[in-house]
Design a protein around this ligand. Structure first.
Ligand code: PEP
Ligand code: MG
Length: 892
């Protein structure tokens, strides 16, 4: 019969059991991650309850037409028959029923986002049969009440609280704390009440026929693909919406069969630190949802041996075997039924960035993977997390409460008590800390919006912990002392309170919840991080520089591996009261002499800054850009400041006002700025050139090795660059003559206007280097204001008009094409032209890849993104080389 079906319809259902599976790990797209790995484990001979997987193809067709494709029902019937053969039980048998679990499983793991139903197949009749054959009435009624609750919630859409409060009421009446302590008679009563809840609900009735239950569950799992929370999760992680989920139907094994049974989750390495140790939690006499829901306090996996010794030993062996087989850290789900271990799932484990680095490095050291694979195992964008802030160890405070540290980092924000409040706070630009009893997938968007997440209940594999770790967000769970009083809008612990909207600090490393705003500090990179980076550096071709405007930033950047400064924005040096006043005098001075005097006062200030930067970047190139913004940006815009300036310059306030108004531009970004302003005010170029070269000579005289490069902004026409270049050279001659010393320096230009790209062959004549200013180049190519795009561009990205925000990731087809023209024509005119990028895109891994394709010489980005760019540069080479990046000539 199966053969006949295969001949007419695609294969919709894949069976696994008795040591053989139709599928394998390679069929992930079709079977989802869970289904593919259940098949793989079956083929490896690992104990997995038998079952079958309905493919993602079926889901996609179901979502389109709301109906099952022809042939699926027959294929499921055949698979059920085989499952009955494997287990020796019949589905729908009242005497000794075959029960199944129905679980979702997409190609990309989305933990907790979709639905699971356990113990499916029970009815008012077969529950009695189960009690008889198992000889355990309590177990049978416990299984039934769980099934009714899950079916009610997932398939019939009934609010889970309607079930939970009844369960709580019975626990209280029975005077017990745990569900597992409820006796059969209680559970029987609860089942009666649950049946009433379902009957009184206006959803579809509860099917007393197991086949009806099965199809209800299959439909519900497919539909769970498009719940708002699943859509939000996919958006956050860039998962395509058209993948669909598979459905896994598996014979039940029971963790709730008494003290020699249990269920748990385990990681083959610590997902927070990366340490090589089996890490996880389990519960005796429980079913899967008890562990992840956080409603009972699980035991650590280290204690499993005391309770379930044989199964624990088997689990440790199986975990090691699975990790070796997949060559990757695994996240396992298991159940022990009467002392026998079964694996219910294995998948690549989510981990913090710090753990990702350590695991990759140690696996390479262990010889499990090659070094280049270790480099590829860490996503560059996650490296910033490794440099997570921590609470300043010298800060003094008394924590409000201490919970379990579940995801590292430290964060400060205002207390919010619901996902909605978190979303609102984020929209208002307020950092917030989300505190919840426990989180559910419905809280996901609020968790994205919050700086940190704290829960009162739940272990380290609870929903909050898993999701926060995946996002690299600081998280503390199971803070038992903490009480939430939603009505009063506060949290309370140890006789202290923090009100909604008050500041709160969370330490994800120690688990401390601290009232107020506590200082945080940046950590030093650890040994594993340094080694991974050095392996990446061995492969990387692109140089990585930093955008840094101060000696402190330059020092940080160098510590993080920067190989020079790609952009020093000199305008940032005019901040601070004394400097801004002098700058304003320079701008508004009545006579040339007034303006010159102000400039002369600015000169030593700039020179001192450059001295500090050259010292920090000794021996490395430092590209300093001459003044770029319109002068209007330096002028005051409120009355109080205008009066202060009038007083400082001894001029009537109306005059100052009139000057400020006169300098206002309708479109300043396209106005008198960059080299245009420098053309009008050559004294500015002279002063800045002098400050740069005098600073370089000072550092050189100290025995240092300063390497200045002077960069002209906003050039669109070669004549603009020629004009500025002449000024720089003339000033350099004066400085060198005056000081009877000289120093080598370069002169180059920003390439940030389309005309500069299109005439790059001409511009390369007077330019020794190009640096793509992709912020302005994006603005001028797309005609989208970089300052105003926030109000409309996100909607474009949501709608897919631009797949990504073009200010974060280079728009390949437009801006990328102009860059290509500029590189080709620039290098054709001047083969030794050095080319880099200093727009924000220089720290975006995907944009770094484009820069590698264009064979730029360097990228430059903010100091904390330097490691990201270093790793992204290596990835760009390895990915271009082929699927696994292998090249035995480069890496051992
Ligand atoms: C740019 O335009 O990309 C750039 C680096 O300069 P700024 O952001 O200072 O305009
Ligand atoms: Mg610019």
């Amino acid at each position: 019969m199966e053969r006949a079906l295969e001949a007419t319809v695609p294969k919709y259902v894949y069976v696994f059991g008795r040591g053989h599976a139709d599928g394998s790990a390679g069929a992930r797209k079709l079977l989802g991650g869970k289904g593919a790995n259940l098949a793989e484990m079956t083929n490896l001979g690992i104990p997995v309850p038998p079952g079958f997987t309905i493919t993602t193809d079926v889901c996609r067709q179901h979502l389109m037409s709301h109906a099952m494709p022809d042939g699926v029902e027959e294929a499921v019937a055949v698979a059920l028959e085989r499952l009955e053969g494997f287990t020796g039980k019949r589905f729908g048998d009242d005497g000794d029923p075959l029960l199944v679990s129905v679980r979702s499983g997409a190609a990309v793991s989305m933990p907790g986002m979709m639905d699971t139903i356990l113990n499916l197949g029970l009815t008012d009749r077969s529950v009695e049969g189960l009690a008889r054959v198992s000889g355990d009435e309590r177990f049978a009624w416990d299984s039934y009440r769980r099934f009714l609750q899950m079916y009610g919630e997932v398939v019939l859409g009934i609010d889970h609280r309607l079930f939970e409060w009844r369960l709580t009421k019975h626990r209280e009446e029975a005077g017990v704390h745990q569900d597992s302590e409820l006796a059969a008679a209680h559970l029987r009563e609860i089942v009666g009440e649950y049946r009433k809840v379902i009957a009184n609900h206006d959803a579809a009735p509860f099917p007393d026929d197991p086949r009806g239950q099965l199809w209800g569950a299959i439909h519900a799992v497919f539909e769970s693909w498009r719940t708002p929370r699943a859509i939000a999760y996919r958006k956050a992680y860039g998962i395509p919406h058209d993948l669909g989920t598979a459905v896994n139907v598996q014979a039940m094994v029971y963790g709730n069969r008494g003290p020699s049974s249990g269920t748990g989750v385990a990681f083959t390495r610590n997902p927070a630190t990366g340490e090589k140790q089996l890490y996880g939690e389990f519960l005796v006499n429980a079913q899967g949802e008890d562990v992840v829901s956080g409603t009972r306090d699980p035991l650590s996996i280290d204690e499993m041996g005391e309770h379930l010794p044989e199964a624990a030993e088997q689990l440790f062996d199986t975990a090691a075997r699975l990790e070796a087989h997949y060559r990757e850290m695994q996240d396992l789900e298991f159940t022990v039924e009467d002392g026998r271990l079964y694996l219910l799932q294995t998948r690549t484990g989510k981990r913090t960035a710090r753990a990702a680095v350590r695991i990759a490095v140690e696996m390479a050291d262990e010889g499990v993977i090659e070094r280049h694979e270790a480099v590829l195992r860490v996503a560059p964008e996650r490296l910033e997390e490794v440099l997570h802030p921590t609470v300043d160890p010298s800060a003094e405070f008394t924590p409000l409460a201490v919970g379990n540290p579940a995801s590292p980092g430290a964060a400060t924000g205002r207390l919010v008590l619901s996902a909605r409040e978190a979303i609102e706070a984020k929209a208002a630009g307020e950092p917030c800390i989300l505190v919840r009893e426990e989180t559910s997938p419905d809280d996901f968007e609020g968790m994205v919006a919050a700086e940190a997440i704290v829960t009162c209940r739940g272990g380290r594999s609870s929903h909050a912990a898993v999701v926060a770790r995946g996002m690299g967000k600081c998280c503390v769970v199971g803070t038992k002392a903490l009480r939430i009083d939603e009505k009063a809008g506060l949290i309370r612990a140890n006789e202290r309170t923090v009100k909604r909207g008050d500041w709160l600090t969370v330490d994800g490393a120690s688990g401390e919840i601290i009232p107020g705003r506590i200082a945080t500090i940046q950590p030093e990179p650890d040994e594993h991080f340094e080694r991974l980076m050095s392996w990446a550096d061995d492969v990387r071709r692109l140089r990585v520089r930093a955008n840094a405007d101060t000696p402190a930033d330059a020092t940080t950047a160098r510590r993080l591996g920067a190989e020079g400064i790609g952009l020093c924005r000199t305008e940032h040096m005019f901040a601070g009261e004394e400097r801004i006043d002098t700058m304003r005098e320079m701008i508004l001075g009545r006579s040339a002499e007034d303006r010159q005097r102000a400039l002369e006062r600015l000169l030593p200030m700039q020179r001192d800054d450059f001295v500090g930067i050259f010292r920090a970047m000794d021996g490395l190139p430092v590209t300093i850009r001459l003044l770029d913004p319109p002068l209007h940006e330096f002028l005051p815009d409120d009355e109080e400041e205008i009066s202060r300036l009038a007083e400082a310059t001894g001029r009537p306030a109306e005059d100052v006002h009139a000057d400020v108004d006169r300098m206002h531009e309708a479109n300043p970004m396209l106005g008198n700025r960059g080299c245009r302003l420098a053309f009008e005010r050559p004294d500015l170029t002279r002063m800045q050139t002098r400050a740069i070269l005098e600073a370089a000579l000072i550092v050189q005289a100290e025995g240092g090795d300063p390497r200045p490069e002077i960069m002209i902004p906003l050039v669109g026409h070669v004549a603009e660059l020629e004009n500025q270049r002449a000024l720089v050279i003339e000033t350099a001659r004066h400085v060198f003559d005056e000081r009877s010393a000289r120093i080598d320096f370069g002169i180059g230009t920003m390439i940030e206007l389309p005309r500069a790209c299109l005439t790059a062959g001409q511009i390369a004549g007077p330019a020794e280097f190009f640096s793509f200013g992709t912020n302005d180049l994006t603005q001028t190519t797309l005609g989208i204001s970089r300052d105003d795009s926030g109000s409309f561009l996100p909607a474009y990205v949501d709608a897919g008009i631009y797949a990504e925000d073009p200010f974060q990731r280079i728009d390949r087809d437009g801006v990328g094409r102009l860059m290509r023209i500029a590189v080709e024509e620039g290098r054709a005119a001047r083969p030794d032209l050095k080319i880099g990028i200093c727009g924000e895109h220089g720290g975006d891994p995907e944009s770094v890849r484009l820069c590698e394709e264009l064979r730029l010489d360097y990228v430059s980005c903010s100091p904390f993104r330097v490691p990201v760019a270093r790793l992204a540069g290596a990835h760009a080479i390895l990915v271009a080389r082929g699927a696994d990046g292998a090249d035995s000539t480069t890496l051992a």
